[in-house]
Design a protein around this ligand. Structure first.
Ligand code: NAD
Length: 265
């Protein structure tokens, strides 16, 4: 039976929220390129499926917004890798409510920031000391094109993703002298069930069909199509690689060039 890869010479990565979607694509690509891949996800059923389908990947149940669970997840990884964490990908995220700000449920606002921002903080806080000890490392925060524009009716998500840009720029400065690089990827709309859900909620808010909203989203992008999870994974693997050895503090959109996120209601 295939065991999680524990080759001390192989670089080690932690990818959060990686039992599905973009994170899963990142984990799969890193695994194919010889990394020791550790993932976590709050969805226990999805983690079980990863263990069955990808036994080379070390998969743990963890809600990133729980500071204790996040720290324990990183400690458990470091015990298995002999203290190595060459790459941290803060990918876990939640899309939050659609609607005018005054109609946003405060609990939804709190949860959106808790997962996207505080979850990233908890993993950074747990992982950075090991990277500093090694004198090397790379961090990739998965933001969104919502971190590049104003985004009407998505204020919790926009606030959370703009926060990740602030963290990325600041940490690139704090950690550069330690030979640790910090970058963010801003995916555009990615084909998959998550964007289908976003489109359905937006369609309900606007009182139109999901097909109309999909057309509006595609029309905002110069390439006139959505990106794939694999497009994001390839950029992440590049940013983690030696080829990107002098790339830090960068906010890289993988989105086919978003022209605007502003669609009038
Ligand atoms: P997804 O919903 O397919 O996958 C997200 C994963 O994160 C799921 O497996 C989910 O269980 C997990 N997760 C959610 N909350 C968690 C928590 N508290 N702790 C641990 N795991 C948690 O979404 P995706 O499209 O793969 O999104 C991944 C990242 O990319 C997110 O940060 C998202 O905001 C960002 N993003 C996505 C799109 C898109 O169009 N899909 C666009 C821009 C940015």
């Amino acid at each position: 039976m295939v065991q999680p890869r524990q080759d001390a010479a192989a670089p080690a990565a932690m990818v959060t929220g990686a039992a599905s979607g973009i994170g899963r694509a990142i984990a799969t690509l890193l695994d194919a390129r010889g990394w020791q891949v550790h993932i976590c996800d709050a969805d226990a059923g999805a983690i079980s499926r990863v263990r069955e389908e990808d036994p080379a990947i070390e998969a743990t149940v963890c809600d990133v917004s729980d500071a204790v669970s996040a720290a324990q997840t990183v400690v458990a990884m470091l015990e298995k890798t002999g203290g190595r964490i060459d790459l941290l990908v803060n990918n876990a995220g939640t899309s939050g409510m659609n609607g005018p700000l005054e109609e946003i449920d405060p609990e939804d606002w709190r949860r959106t920031l808790d997962v996207n921002v505080n979850g990233t903080f908890h993993f950074l806080r747990a992982a950075i000391p090991a990277m500093k000890r090694a004198g090397a490392g790379s961090i990739v925060n998965i933001a969104s094109t919502a971190a590049l524009f104003g985004y009407p009716n998505r204020s919790p998500y926009a606030a959370a993703k703009w926060a990740l840009i602030g963290i990325t720029k600041t940490l690139a400065m704090e950690l550069g002298p330690h030979n640790i690089r910090v970058n963010a990827i801003c995916p555009g709309s990615v084909e998959g069930p998550r964007i289908d859900g976003v489109i359905e909620r937006d369609a309900r808010t606007r009182g139109v069909t999901p097909e109309v909203v999909r057309g509006l989203y595609e029309g905002q992008v110069s390439m006139r199509r959505f990106v794939s999870a694999e497009d994001i994974a390839r950029m992440c693997a590049f940013l983690a690689s030696e080829e990107a050895g002098m790339v830090s503090g960068q906010i890289v959109a993988v989105d086919g060039h978003t022209e605007s996120l502003s669609i009038p209601l």
